[in-house]
Design a protein around this ligand. Structure first.
Ligand code: FES
Length: 234
């Protein structure tokens, strides 16, 4: 065996399908029925992944724990009932992917296969249906907690743009700054950045702003984070 996936959930069908999907990868499945955190004891293999039913009360804690203690583990959450807010919260909490119960085994197996073969996929955070942004221009939202810190969203020139919300000079929240066309001015000391590519246009900041791709998929908008992203700040 090359590793163990911890399964937090009570559905025997998910456990069965996951064990079947992971067998070709030489990865075993260990059901954790008591919500326990910590490395499995005995001769279990290192944790390479976590599959978790998100309706469970402690889901956020469990995701945060494994994201920070085994940053390279693939964490996939699944929802039993569609709940866009829960979905987005758990992606922001550090899950690599969120899916439905019926697809959970496949999504986890695909992600693990990528990782074991050295490929890493970008992580996505769901924003909202695209229609929610129609008719709103300029600053349209802030995602407060992501593995790369807060992200500010802008709707300009018919597209969504995602940039780091934290000014690289002294950490002010840029979404509180002024936007003039595509130029964002930091509210604290006046550094200016171009929202569409993060370019620094005026100091005192001496770094550009991090930018993140915004992807449209089936009418939904997602921000893509770099594949190597690990949690910062919990
Ligand atoms: S904190 Fe933004 S310019 Fe100083």
């Amino acid at each position: 065996m090359s590793g163990t996936v911890l399964l937090y959930g009570s559905d025997p069908g998910v456990a069965r399908r996951t064990a079947r999907a992971l067998a070709p990868l030489d990865v075993s499945v260990l059901s954790v029925t008591d919500g326990r955190l910590g490395e499995p004891e005995g001769d279990a293999h290192p944790v390479v992944g976590v599959l978790i039913e998100l309706e469970g009360a402690a889901a956020r804690t469990i995701i945060g724990h494994w994201r920070s203690t085994v940053p390279e583990a693939i964490i996939v959450g699944y929802v039993v009932l569609p709940d866009a807010e829960l979905w987005r919260d758990m992606e922001a909490a550090g899950a690599d992917a969120v899916t439905t119960r019926g697809r959970a085994d496949r999504v986890l197996a695909d992600r693990l296969a990528d990782q074991l073969s050295g490929r890493r996929r970008a992580r996505r955070i769901r924003l909202a249906p695209l229609a929610d942004f129609a008719g709103r221009l300029g600053f349209v939202g802030r995602i407060p907690e992501t593995p790369v810190g807060a992200i500010a969203l802008f709707h300009l020139s018919g597209r969504l743009w995602a940039v780091a919300d934290t000014c690289p000079h002294a950490g002010a929240s840029l979404c509180e700054g002024e936007l003039d066309q595509n130029v964002l001015t930091c509210p604290r000391h006046g550094s200016q950045f171009r929202v569409t590519d993060g370019e620094r246009l005026r100091g005192p900041a001496d770094l550009a702003l991090a930018t993140f791709p915004v992807i449209m998929d089936a009418g939904e908008a997602f921000v893509e984070l770099p594949p190597s992203t690990t949690l910062h700040g919990g």
